[in-house]
Design a protein around this ligand. Structure first.
Ligand code: SAH
Length: 339
């Protein structure tokens, strides 16, 4: 990347983030205590199980059609394995499609869900039946663009490179026309983020749900924008690091704008439920009862089960920052957990 920038000049932040994350995910399994970050399904089996039961309930009330399980960015395949086990108990044993770019993570997914089929995007998923879709901490890894308010108006943040040092700079082109009216006069230094790949993927997903029927559950940390704020972050070994230091060696993410997801889905004609917080969602789905029954079955693990439950639902932990939305095809039942 350093060579490309040196040859061709500064690149948009989105291009930098895309290239850095492609290298990052392709070369390692970043999850868990010994990795860089821990996700909800890696904290507790309860997370994937409750999602599996949510999907099975949707499917049951939709009249038990033949349906596919599709997961975007399945990580180690832990969520899918837990969800599929819970779904099987409810009588649902769908074919499985994983949308995943990383060969390292595909190998780990194959250990947990050997009968899955893999593709690089939705185009590789068959159009034969309704889709039951899950994406947990997937959209946060997709590239964002940042626009910054300067004394010359709104400009795009680009990434320049000197020797092997990367640094953000301000581009020459003006972007005032695309800034929402109420944000145009924001203070100097204000940053507005957009994620073109997020919108593209969501619209493609929405089209497929409209054609084939089905439902999608999207969980991520985020906000309801458009809003001012720089949410680009890099995490390595469970610590925040400089996003412009050693690209491809830390996980680069940005908060997800749920208002944009919602709008993109509604434009295509889907019904959107939420966002609600992860804490409220998991409680509505019965995480307390599930934690109790797991603790009764494994009394020795009861204290750690209680801690895991807290990590998932407490407001100071993942409960408030993480949000959940569901997208359903018209005619599909209203999902649990969004009242
Ligand atoms: N959902 C998992 C993993 C989250 S990490 C969990 O909750 O544990 C992000 C996942 O998205 C990884 O599996 C990563 O390889 C995948 N990913 C990142 N960018 C992608 C892209 N553009 N297309 C497909 N998968 C991608």
């Amino acid at each position: 990347m350093a060579r490309a920038i040196t040859l061709a000049g500064p690149i948009p932040l989105s291009q930098y983030m895309g290239a850095a994350n492609a290298h990052y995910y392709a070369t390692r399994d970043p999850l868990g205590e010994r990795g860089d970050f821990t996700t909800a399904p890696e904290i507790s089996q309860m997370f994937g199980e409750l999602i599996g039961l949510w999907l099975a309930d949707m499917w049951d009330r939709a009249g038990r059609p033949a349906a596919r399980y599709v997961e975007f960015g399945p990580g180690r395949g832990t969520l899918a394995a837990d969800a599929l086990r819970a779904m099987a108990k409810a009588g649902l044993e769908p074919p499985v499609n994983f949308v995943e770019t990383s060969p390292v993570l595909r190998a780990s997914q194959a250990e947990r869900v050997p009968h899955a089929e893999w593709s690089l995007d939705l185009i590789g998923v068959e159009e034969d039946m309704p889709l039951l879709v899950v994406a947990n901490e997937f959209f946060d890894a997709l590239p964002i663009r940042q626009l910054v308010k300067t004394d010359m108006g709104w400009r795009e943040r680009l990434v320049a490179c000197q020797d092997t040092l990367f640094l953000p700079i301000v581009g020459d082109r003006g972007f005032d026309q695309i800034i929402p009216q109420h944000l145009r006069d924001a203070e100097f230094g204000s940053i507005l983020e957009t994620s073109p790949p997020t919108v593209a993927i969501l619209r493609a997903l929405a089209k497929r749900l409209l054609e084939q029927g089905g439902a999608a559950l999207i969980i991520d940390y985020g906000y309801e924008g458009p809003a001012i704020g720089d949410t680009l972050q890099a995490v390595r070994g469970h610590e925040y690091v400089n996003p412009f230091d050693q690209p491809g060696e830390a996980d680069l993410t940005a908060h997800v704008d749920f208002a944009t997801l919602k709008e993109a889905a509604e434009v295509e004609g889907l019904v959107v439920h939420g966002p609600v917080t992860q804490g409220a969602f998991l409680k509505a789905l019965g995480i307390d009862a599930r934690a109790d029954s797991l603790s009764r079955a494994h009394p020795d693990r009861a204290p750690s089960i209680a801690l895991d439950r807290e990590r998932l639902v407490d407001d100071e932990q993942m409960g408030e920052l993480f949000k959940v939305i569901a997208l359903t095809a018209p005619g599909w039942p209203a999902p649990e957990g969004f009242r």
